[in-house]
Design a binder for this molecule. Structure first.
Ligand SMILES: [Zn+2]
Ligand SMILES: [Zn+2]
Length: 333
């Protein structure tokens, strides 16, 4: 298979992923091998590659929004069939036994393993996934269009849940990358008004085209208070202004896996009146299935920019420097 492999950590601009030919992986017990057609590029991949996250497997093939077709099954597989189209996402193992797994919060399981971090992922023409952690892809989506749903979509969906947006309520989105552009479609479909704060004129234009009630560069300029907000930008300094724009009793969800420090805050001004801060940690498989079903019903129209697999470094540098409209997707061949 062809793969883009991380051997040494480094800034995206330095081309840290190397093109390598490798033998096709063999699926172990309970695992399926997938002939990957397309794989989305996520900000978490950047955090892995640039070592913002604690080092895990290395060398590693990044990528956790892969869509392809099952072409081999390991011993004991019962769920997936050869030829079936599936998606591979970030979460690839939970213990099923701890108090978090037992309460339906496997996103907090302490034995989690993640694709493209603890195990090789989808920046390759083949990848292996435990069948219990693969997602069936609804027919409503092509291979490329389905990829953003697998992380950007799932995390956006969980962040939206965690933001406790009431039906018909007002939602603010800080940052307008791939997750946000899925969330805006979910929220509008639920009859909500969406307010978008983002740097970058191209992101603001996309938000306007997609039906935002208001789009601006600074929270301070937002004309109303909102019931719920989601902070996608990994910037702690945005937390106080985002809290200040919440209605009493409102909720701010912090969607990032990584964030710069949050400044000290005055309690009365930013937190009192039952304003809530909810962090968002990974997702459960149920989140993934719910999102794919809701996305197919609406249907969500992902906005993608494609790159050949070999240009993964360029895609990552473009993502890092805010030059991607929607989701960057690597296409195999
Ligand atoms: Zn567990
Ligand atoms: Zn991701």
């Amino acid at each position: 298979m062809k793969a883009m492999v991380l051997e040494e950590y480094g800034p995206a601009e330095s081309g840290p992923l190397k093109r390598r030919e490798r033998p096709d992986p063999r699926p172990g017990p309970g695992e399926a091998r997938v002939a990957v057609k397309a794989c989305g590029v996520c900000r978490t991949d950047l955090h892995v590659i640039e070592k913002d996250l604690p080092p895990a497997k290395r060398p590693v093939i990044p990528g956790h929004q892969a869509v392809g077709v099952v072409d081999a099954l390991g011993e004991g597989c019962t769920r997936l069939k050869l030829g079936q189209r599936v998606g591979i996402a970030w979460l690839r193992h939970t213990c099923g036994q701890c108090r978090f797994c037992g309460r339906g919060r496997e996103n907090l399981c302490e034995s989690q393993r993640f694709t493209g971090y603890h195990a090789d992922g989808g920046y390759a023409t083949a990848a292996v996934v435990p069948e219990e952690f693969a997602y069936e892809i609804p027919d409503a989506f092509g291979d490329v269009d389905a990829t953003p749903l697998l992380c950007a979509g799932i995390i956006g969906y969980r962040a939206l849940k965690r933001s406790e947006l009431p039906d018909g309520g007002r939602l603010a989105l800080y940052g307008f990358g791939s997750s946000a552009h899925v969330v805006i479609q979910l929220a509008l479909h639920r009859g909500c008004q969406v307010y978008v704060v983002t740097r970058g004129e191209s992101h603001r234009q996309l938000a306007r085209r997609m039906g935002a009630a208001w789009v601006g560069e600074r929270a301070e300029d937002m004309p109303v208070r909102v019931d719920s907000a989601i902070l996608f930008a990994p910037v702690g300094e945005l937390v106080p202004p985002a809290l200040e724009k919440l209605e009493k009793g409102g909720t701010l969800a912090l969607a990032g896996i990584y964030m710069t420090p949050i400044p000290q805050m005055d309690y009365e001004r930013y937190v009192f009146y039952e304003r809530n801060i909810h962090s968002v940690t990974a997702n459960t498989r149920a989140d993934g299935r719910e999102l794919l079903a809701e996305a197919a019903r609406i249907p969500i129209r992902p906005h993608v920019t494609t790159y050949p697999l070999a240009e993964a470094n360029r895609a990552l540098a473009d993502l890092k420097n805010d030059r991607v409209s929607g989701t960057a997707v690597l296409v195999m061949e």
